[in-house]
Design a protein around this ligand. Structure first.
Ligand code: AHR
Length: 327
């Protein structure tokens, strides 16, 4: 059994896995290079949004392209199911485990089990809260706080010539998940720095269109004079569009809406003028995951953090991007 340490790879992959970086006690005992195809056990959060469907498709396609045997489980938004799936991968002695954690906390126990079995773990899309970062070898995904910052910045720019305050409500993702927490922090940080946007209230919509619609209806009852909505994903933003239309308001005009994801559905609504800005969070991280997985066993550099693609769309750039949008 070869001893590998991944702890010190955090600063931009300064050394390769096979070259090794020393023998810190936190390091994994990585099992030998597989003689056949690498077996990857992947636990997906669920299928709550268009983004998630695209993410699942990207992972499956990239596994196939890279000749990696994928064991895939859909946890349907349930942490217990994710833990059970990870334990089943440990029992099956897969070569590597990856998962997108439904919530941030509660992973240390099962990740220690993986480490004791010599199986490296990669986080995809979302992050975990842990006192021991060496429990995972790499995390791949978006800078969620920056997405929140950008959403606030673009919205605020629209009100440059307006001297009053802008009343904003937020549609939040699943409580306890890293994108919910960090997008909220980012948005509020930029909003409070400049003082023009005022977050009046927020409600969870659990990442779904139906959840966003219900949440928006509640907010319309609770908050007078809503100027703008920050929906933490496209699906909830599209739900807000429905709720606003049902209330006799014109989304995108009477109430401005900024969302995160940039799915086809989101960009289409942006071109139609129902949304005002969409911050991209790319679900297409399958190839990045497979690169990390292959590098773990075949001598590449494994970086502790791998970032996905990011952009901000308005209606013009959305119209340009739509023909090539695959999700
Ligand atoms: O973790 C990424 C988020 O999860 C996406 O923004 C949302 O659509 C998804 O369900």
């Amino acid at each position: 059994m070869r001893r590998r340490s991944f702890l010190s790879l955090g600063t931009a992959g300064v050394c390769s896995v096979l070259a090794g970086c020393g023998d810190e006690p936190e390091g994994f005992n990585l099992r030998d290079v597989p003689s056949g195809p690498i077996v990857l056990g992947f636990s997906q959060v669920g299928s709550e949004s268009g983004w998630r469907e695209a993410n699942t498709a990207s992972i499956k396609k990239a596994a196939e392209r890279n000749r990696i045997t994928l064991k895939f489980d859909n946890a349907e938004g349930d942490q217990k199911k994710q833990i059970a799936a990870i334990q089943s991968y440990i029992a099956a002695k897969v070569n590597v485990i990856a998962f997108s954690p439904v919530v941030e906390t509660g992973w240390d126990g099962v990740l220690r089990q993986a480490r004791d079995a010599g199986i490296p773990v990669v986080l995809t899309d979302r992050l975990i809260e842990t006192t021991d970062d060496s429990l995972y070898v790499s995390s791949i995904g978006a800078e969620f706080a920056s997405e929140g910052n950008l959403a606030a910045l673009y919205l605020e720019n629209d009100y440059e010539d307006y001297s009053g305050h802008v009343n904003v409500v937020e549609l939040l993702g699943t409580p306890g998940s890293s994108p919910t927490k960090l997008r909220t922090e980012g948005f509020r940080e930029t909003a409070s720095r400049h003082g023009k946007l005022r977050v009046m209230d927020s409600e969870t919509g659990n990442w779904t269109v139906a959840g966003g619609e219900t949440a928006m209806k509640k907010l319309l009852r609770r908050v007078k004079d809503i100027d703008a909505v920050f929906a933490q994903n496209d699906d909830m933003g599209l739900g807000a569009v429905k709720a606003l239309q049902a209330a006799g308001k014109k989304p995108g005009t009477d109430v401005r809406i900024v969302t995160v994801d940039a799915t086809r559905a989101g960009l289409t609504a942006l071109v139609e003028g129902k949304l005002n800005y969409v911050v991209e969070c790319s679900p297409e991280i399958g190839e990045q995951l497979m690169t990390v997985v292959v590098d773990l066993f075949f001598g590449g550099q494994v970086q502790k953090r791998v970032e996905s693609q990011k952009a901000v769309f308005d209606s013009d750039s959305a119209a340009d991007a739509l023909p090539d949008r695959t999700y």
